[in-house]
Design a protein around this ligand. Structure first.
Ligand code: ZN
Length: 276
C-alpha cells in the first residue's frame, strides 16, 4: 500500500502509519501541550505519540478479539483521523461482532483509568509536566471510548447497533438502517465541526459518511452474490470474488487539534484500499 510506513508488528499484526500523520504530528504536539517553550513542546510530542499509541492499542483490542473469533487481521493503519483495523473473514455470528466492536472502547477505558492513576501518582511526587501529559492522555482515552460508542456506523457503537438488529432484520436491512443513522450523525458532526471551526471533526464526519455508504454497498454485493443461483443448473455460484473485508474505524474526538491542516489524499487512499 502506498503512502504509509511500516512500523512494527504487534501480536503478529503489521502496524502502519499513513504518511500524512508524520506531518500533522507536530501540530498535535503543539495542541496537546500546556507549557510554554521547548520543554512544553517535548511534553506535547510525548502526548501526541501517546495519543496515537492509544489509538493503536484500541485497534489492537478489536484485532485480538477478532483473531480469537477466527478472523484474520491484515493490518492496523494509523491516520490523522484515527485508526483502522482491517479485518477479513468476519464471523457471521452477531454476538461475535458485538464482542469485537466493544473490545476497542474497553481497551480505551482501561487506558484512561491507567493514565489517570499514573497522573495522580505524578501529582503526588510533584512532577507537573508528567502529570499534565498523563491527565491529557487519560482524558483522550475516555473520549476515545465514549465517542466511538456513539451509534454512528461504521464506528464501534454503530456496529453493536447493526449486530443487535441483524437477527431481527437480516444483515442487509440491519446494515442499511445502521448506515442511515451513521450518515445522519455524520451530517450532525459535520455541521457542528463547521460552526465550531474544527477541521478534524469535519474530516471525520466526511469519512464516516462515505464509509457508511461503502460498507452498505459491500454487504449488498455480498448478499447479491450469495443469493445468485444459476438459472440452468440451480447451483449456487461460487463466490470467491466477494470476500469479507470489514474495517474497524476508531476516529478520536480531536477537539481542536491540528485545526490548521488536514490530509487531502487520505480518503483516496482509504477507499482504494477498501475496494482492492
Ligand atoms: Zn474502535
Amino acid at each position: 500500500m502506498a503512502r504509509s510506513t511500516y512500523l512494527f508488528r504487534l501480536y503478529g499484526i503489521p502496524i502502519r502509519v499513513h504518511i500524512t500523520l508524520w506531518f500533522i504530528l507536530p501540530l498535535f504536539a503543539l495542541n496537546l501541550t500546556v507549557q510554554q517553550g521547548f520543554l512544553g513542546f517535548l511534553w506535547g510530542v510525548i502526548a501526541a505519540v501517546g495519543l496515537f499509541a492509544s489509538v493503536a492499542l484500541h485497534e489492537l483490542g478489536h484485532s485480538v478479539v477478532a483473531i480469537s473469533k477466527g478472523c484474520h487481521v491484515r493490518e492496523i493503519l494509523l491516520l490523522p483521523i484515527g485508526g483502522i483495523a482491517q479485518l477479513t473473514q468476519m464471523p457471521s455470528k452477531p454476538a461475535d461482532e458485538i464482542k469485537i466492536a466493544i473490545a476497542g472502547p474497553a481497551v480505551s477505558l482501561a487506558l484512561s483509568l491507567l493514565f489517570g492513576i499514573f497522573s495522580f501518582l505524578a501529582s503526588v511526587i510533584g512532577f507537573s509536566g508528567l502529570f499534565w501529559t498523563l491527565s491529557i492522555l487519560s482524558g483522550i482515552n475516555l473520549m476515545l471510548a465514549l465517542f466511538n460508542l456513539l451509534p454512528s456506523f461504521p464506528m464501534d457503537g454503530g456496529r453493536v447497533f447493526r449486530a443487535w438488529m441483524t437477527p431481527k432484520l437480516g444483515r442487509l436491512e440491519a446494515t442499511r438502517r445502521a448506515a442511515k443513522i451513521g450518515r445522519i450523525m455524520a451530517v450532525i458532526f459535520g455541521i457542528y465541526g463547521l460552526f465550531s471551526g474544527q477541521i478534524m471533526l469535519i474530516a471525520i464526519a466526511v469519512f464516516i459518511y462515505l464509509a457508511a455508504g461503502a460498507e452498505y454497498r459491500m454487504v449488498q454485493a455480498k448478499e447479491a452474490y450469495s443469493h445468485y443461483t444459476n438459472p440452468w443448473t440451480h447451483a449456487h455460484r461460487p463466490t470467491p470474488e466477494v470476500q469479507d473485508d470489514e474495517i474497524y474505524v476508531s476516529p478520536p474526538p480531536y477537539a481542536d487539534a491540528a485545526n490548521k491542516s488536514s490530509g487531502s489524499s487520505m480518503f483516496d487512499d482509504l477507499f482504494k484500499q477498501w475496494h482492492r
